[in-house]
Design a protein around this ligand. Sequence first.
Ligand SMILES: C[S@@+](CC[C@H](N)C(=O)[O-])C[C@H]1O[C@@H](n2cnc3c(N)ncnc32)[C@H](O)[C@@H]1O
Length: 296
Amino acid sequence: MPPATVSSERPRRTDDTPGAGTRADGRDTRPVSELLTDPVLRDRTVATLRAAGCVFAEDEAALLLGEAESAGALATMVARRVAGDPLEQIVGWAEFRGLRVVVEPGVFVPRQRTGFLAGLAVAATRAGGIVVDMCCGAGAVGMAVMAQSRAAEVHAADVDPAAVACAQRNLPCVHLGDLYAALPADLRGRVDVVVANAPYVPTDAVATMPPEARLHEPMVALDGGADGLDVARRVVAGAPEWLVPGGVLLVETSTKQAPALREWFVHNGFVATVEADDEIGGTAVRGTFTPGGRPG
Ligand SMILES: C[S@@+](CC[C@H](N)C(=O)[O-])C[C@H]1O[C@@H](n2cnc3c(N)ncnc32)[C@H](O)[C@@H]1O
């Protein structure tokens, strides 16, 4: 367990006696408003984070100082960050398309590049439409669709109970289960948009991921099988049963995987294109479900 006090982090004070912000047991009891403006504590936090290899130490220190409710809480947060926990799991939220998404420990941290996928989903959603955020994790994509489109219903689903519990703090309709088996049966054939950021890292590449992901995010959120497309292929193959004719399927992928995934969309009755945004680093295949072979 990380230390609960700030003995090594505690700033030098001119008056360091109990009653002047420090208890006899060494705990810093100053109010958080005082901590935030203490340049010594800020500089020490930056130095500790920098020494641990945090590239954006200044920004991270500012965030941790802003989020900590006490000096003890700050020390715990810094210790977790030094140990390699993702910043978002420590503070308990991630920024995503201007929204604050609750992120719990052990749940995949929404990536900024997935904002591209979410933007495609927002654009594809008609007023009153029904949207499914498949493989929802914390539910960031579904949240963006709820907040930024005129969807009537947004359902989210994930196989990981920890992800579902977290997403339920962000979204009203979250279902637990393996892909479409999680969804209420009455959605069959009525969904306008299925959007999925399923795991797509090839099994062999998982070992090369940064420890932050490898050690603190569940394998079920990362490992996409031999070529990374195992779950994505199942998402595509299952979608026609749930989409309205002309409905849209959006799946995040990598630049390298995109052509093969697009072919799989076509094989399953979609007219499909590869969409990419180099600035944000996002790639997705977008398909329109066209039973009979013509765009709906
Ligand atoms: C890469 S994470 C993405 C999470 C979220 N969509 C996001 O972008 O932040 C993939 C998610 O897919 C979920 N997942 C993996 N296999 C699944 C399956 N068979 N059925 C449902 N969810 C699955 C994982 O639990 C994980 O939350």
